[in-house]
Design a protein. Sequence first.
Lengths: 416, 127
Amino acid sequence: MAETDTARGREAVDAIYRAESRRVLATLIRLLGDFDLAEEALHEAFRAALEQWPGEGVPENPRAWLVSAGRFKAIDAIRKRARLTSLDDAPEHAEVVGEDAAEWSDDSVEDDRLRLIFTCCHTALAPDAQVALTLREVCGLTTEEIAHAFLTPPSTLAQRIVRAKAKIRDARIPYEVPARAELPERLDSVLRVVYLVFNEGYSASSGAALTRHDLSGEAIRLGRLLMELLPEPEAIGLLALMLLHESRRAARTSTDGDIILLDQQNRALWNRELIAEGTALVERAFASRRFGPYSIQAAISAVHAGAPRAEDTDWSEIVALYEVLVRMNPSPVVELNRAVAVAMRDGPAAGLPLVDAILARGELAEYRLVHAARADLCRRLGRTADARAAYERALTLTQQDSERRFIERRLTELAG
Amino acid sequence: MKYLCLVYVDEKRLDELPDEDCVAYDTAIRKNGHCLASEALESVQTATTVRIRNGKASVTDGPFAETKEQLAGFYMIEARDLNEAIQIASGIPPARVGSIEVRPIRPIRETVAAAGPKNRAARVTGS
């Protein structure tokens, strides 16, 4: 009897840990002003819950209980440490901790989660540290899990996190949601981290595919959280973009792990639920009239998703969206995508001069996809020798096995 | 004539220099009127670089002066936190063509003053 009670109590604590630990941590960081102290306090609070809840029952507001328990444990720890080192440090810390901040209303807790996200994604931290810290602190992944997903030794990753926390502390990066004026640039940095995590999981092939797939799931969860906390048009656009990409996951590789291009994919394998959700979000972002590059890329993805067959694709719409994207976010890669879309709308003879113009500027000379695009257009125009030369150039530039196999297949077809 | 003396050192070798020595020299040259301002810096790992390009601020981790860029001046500023320091740094005109490294000051005098007597006591008991 007592044993089943204990088991039930432990289950309750586990469930609350999964649901609340990140919120509690975010608030403890604000109250204690230090990441390490807050993590220790979180750990101690849950240890106390495991001891008390099975006997006394789960408190009415477990989150407030945990924050309060964590805070008291931290005060204890600071006092003990102060006795061991210098008494002079104690008042300063006690002031921070002792502040009667009974601010655990749901609003302030949600703000704390945003503060945590913006702090982890601060551009004064190295980009790889932003990613590691976000996955560790906001998503609650272990250092080992993150290291595994990024194919990095755990010790390297742990050090990255330690350094980032030291910089937050020593350079005094504030724990706050940026003011309106700084919001667009700071949000860009958060969105970049989320999209990077997503792509790390999405573009992976072979070996670690399973764990890396989880990274995409984690990025989508982050995107949902961000949209819930801060429904800015670009946050909505990014979530839409990720959902629309994710909807094609099952169709984009063959069982051998080979890439299947969009026009060759079996559209019956596309996830309709994700497409519906992503498309609705694109409309919401566009309705704001403050949308940006993520929303436009999502809109392009939604046009593809809306075509029952590849030949039904509305290329005029896609070209128009790329025109907007080129104006908003000029880059040779976006221009290349526009050129390919033009070739789809008006035929390869219309697209080739655009691709050649980009190549002539020399900016993308080392970019494998520009050569692959040129090769494809030449192939469709029957310019076999030019196509072969461009595929061979692309082949020397590619790093990915599945891409290499794809290009080799095309070269074999040209020879045949 | 005023001169700026810049301190360069391999941070791994900083331990060889007791903070007390640095503060003692600092006190001496302040007393005789030669020292106008001096501070120690936190580790290079706390550095943040601010640049303005096309009217937009770019903020990155680390000291990233280009090899072509030379030290041209300094501002010692008071700011609430790194965000305010970045905001002030991005207004410094050379941020538009060069880069501004923002690094927190290390309170070396306070540290030595606070630890001094106790360290001496510890050394006495230790010996």
